[in-house]
Design a protein around this ligand. Structure first.
Ligand code: NAP
Length: 326
């Protein structure tokens, strides 16, 4: 019997991890959210994990408000605690309990300017030689690329990565990007980009979307399946990149999403300059996976996603209404 502790268990990723790991009879899954364990308190983390003694700890907690923590010092302090310091608390507690730690990070730890690989043998001073003819490298950031965040949010996530690496050897650090899946179950839970776009598209006739900042969207059930594969097959500890294939801009994603969801709103492409936000976003933050079999094209997951999101949204709304009456 493996004791698996999932923290952040009501989040978009957390709830899916709970479901997947519970399916195996050999697992005893303990699902905790903020009310069970506030990971911002090292004392609480150490005490509760020391008492529970899990074999595996999966950290699915998050502070995701990228723009809020760029502008507001108090918010930045919260983000730094949850994303940056608390992974260290969990790592120390996991080490003490002789447990494995699974932690998630983001493409926003990179600056958006990947190195462009040259074909082997190229002098690197040619503008194009015959070696380039069939050379189609995957451009982006692989697991060894050097992080260099350009936002406060990115800095907090990089701090979290460093805290994990510093405090425990038995870790899986999984970087991912642009998650979509069943909505967060918490009362004030954050919404994914696709959820926001579906809501806006139903209310508005026209919507402007940034046609830059290419990266990969990731369907949460696919991410969970790969996480489970890494853990169950005891892959070597270290950094993994898990995203669905192929990169696109925000605009390209919304055009496809609306087509699939039969949303009629007109989607207008704009540049990132025309749509300023407090936090800088990387221009190109594709995560390149060199260690695992690739996931499917994100577009292939949309039919499934649209089927799950509608009934779940109704359920979450009903729950929110009931608790609002209390
Ligand atoms: N969402 C994305 O697009 C994205 C992209 C790249 C990487 N990631 C990474 O993926 C992981 C999961 O993200 P997600 O989108 O699933 O997040 P999420 O839906 O916001 O869920 C996070 C969960 O953590 C809980 N939590 C927050 N603060 C906590 C604390 N102090 N103690 C205990 N629990 C706390 C939240 O509770 P409340 O809701 O009540 O606060 C929520 O249930 C994170 O590491 C995130 O950085 C996400």
């Amino acid at each position: 019997m493996r004791k698996i502790l999932i923290v952040g268990a009501k989040g978009m990723l957390g709830q899916e991890l709970v479901k997947a790991f519970k399916k195996d009879k050999e697992n005893k899954v303990i699902a905790w959210d903020k009310e069970d364990l506030n990971i911002s308190s090292e004392k609480e983390v150490s005490k509760k994990i020391g008492f529970t003694k899990p074999n595996i700890i999966i950290n699915a907690t998050a502070y995701n408000a990228v723009d809020k923590c760029e502008e507001d010092k108090k918010e930045y302090a919260i983000a730094r605690k949850i994303n940056g310091l608390a992974p260290g608390y969990l790592a120390r507690a996991a080490k003490k309990a002789k447990a494995i730690l699974v932690h998630y990070s983001t493409d926003y730890v990179f600056n958006g300017e990947p190195e462009i690989p040259e074909p082997e043998g190229c002098s690197q001073s040619c503008s194009s030689c015959s070696l380039h003819a069939d050379f189609q490298p995957e451009i982006g950031f692989d697991e060894k690329a050097k992080p260099k965040p350009i936002s406060q949010y990115g800095k907090t996530k990089l701090l979290g990565e460093k805290e994990v690496e510093k405090n425990i050897k038995k870790f899986y650090l999984i970087r991912t990007s642009r998650l979509f899946g069943q909505p967060n179950l918490a009362q004030e839970g954050t919404k994914s980009f696709f959820e926001i776009m579906i809501e806006l598209g139903k209310r508005k006739k026209k919507i402007e979307v940034v046609d830059e900042e290419a990266s990969c969207f990731t369907y949460v059930p696919d991410l969970v399946k790969k996480t489970k594969e890494i853990v169950d097959s005891q892959k070597p500890f270290g950094i993994y990149h898990i995203v669905n294939r192929f990169p696109c801009t925000w605009y390209e994603a919304v055009v496809f999403l609306y087509e699939k969801a039969k949303i009629k709103a007109e989607v207008i492409p704009v540049s990132s300059e025309e749509f300023p936000r407090p936090a800088k976003r990387p221009y190109y933050s594709v995560l390149v996976n060199t260690k695992l079999n690739p996931l499917r094209d994100w577009r292939e997951t949309l039919d499934e996603y649209l089927k799950i999101i509608v009934p779940v949204k109704k359920k979450v709304l009903a729950k929110k209404k009931t608790s609002a009456k209390k």
